[in-house]
Design a protein around this ligand. Structure first.
Ligand SMILES: [Zn+2]
Length: 243
């Protein structure tokens, strides 16, 4: 294996993780525009109205009960990451592997930890544990409080796809460092932000990203937000990892 990606590839992102943590839950980018930036991705919707999953060029909205529907092209996102997924690295996953072990396996698939990776895991899961944010009303609370009401879902014996990104630690604050992944089942009926899973059998695909296209919102919420909180690590842990 080489020690670097073989070709340039752009990952697109609208707004910043720190803006979302600061309660900036309205964006100026529509789902329609976002799909112009990639056929694959994750994010959320205005008012934290569910988890976003973009797979095969279709954007799905997963609501707090875990149910998925096609997102309205006019809906806006306050935070999303997308790319045109090209599976450049592909491996069959070890059987019956848990998330923690799989993440080490995936580390071994990457040429270097200093690049971004879009990550797709397709297969059958004995269990997927997800959470989904609950739609917020104004005035918006910071995300560490908003996610207290998250509902967790457990899906057993289910086929589907995990979609997301493995982001270098140095991008902390811009994005979610480490793996940030969402799940949707094969029927595109249920899903959410992934907390844990056991993959019975499946395939892992990676698309290395070398270029970041960052789009900052043009509104006063974003311009006045505190994007450099002292307890960033704690906030990221509480809102994204939840253990
Ligand atoms: Zn998420």
């Amino acid at each position: 294996m080489t020690d670097r990606p073989l070709t340039r590839h752009t990952i697109f992102q609208t707004s910043l993780m720190t803006a979302l943590l600061d309660g900036i839950y309205e964006g100026d980018m529509t789902v329609g525009e976002l799909l112009g930036k990639g056929n694959f991705g994750i994010g959320t919707f205005d008012g934290l109205d569910g988890e976003m999953v973009i797979v095969d060029g279709v954007c799905y909205q997963v609501r707090h009960d875990g149910s998925a529907t096609r997102a309205d092209l006019e809906a806006c996102s306050p935070y999303a990451v997308a790319t045109n997924f090209v599976p450049r690295i592909r491996r069959k996953a070890p059987e019956n592997i848990r998330r923690s072990e799989l993440s080490e396996f995936i580390d071994g698939m990457t040429p270097s930890e200093n690049y971004m990776y879009a990550l797709r895991i397709t297969g059958h899961f004995s269990n997927v544990k997800t959470r989904t944010v609950v739609k917020q009303e104004k005035p918006y609370r910071p995300m560490t409080e908003a996610t207290d009401e998250d509902e967790e879902q457990n899906f057993n014996d289910i086929s589907g796809v995990i979609v997301g990104f493995r982001t270098p630690i140095y991008e902390k604050g811009i994005s979610v460092p480490g793996c940030h992944v969402h799940f949707i089942d094969d029927e595109r009926r249920v899903g959410g932000h992934v907390l844990d899973f056991t993959l019975t059998e499946g395939e892992i695909e990676l698309c290395p990203g070398t270029d970041l296209e960052l789009r900052l919102p043009l509104d006063s919420g974003f311009s006045k937000a505190n994007l450099d909180p002292e307890d960033l690590d704690e906030q990221l842990h509480k809102t994204e990892v939840k253990d």
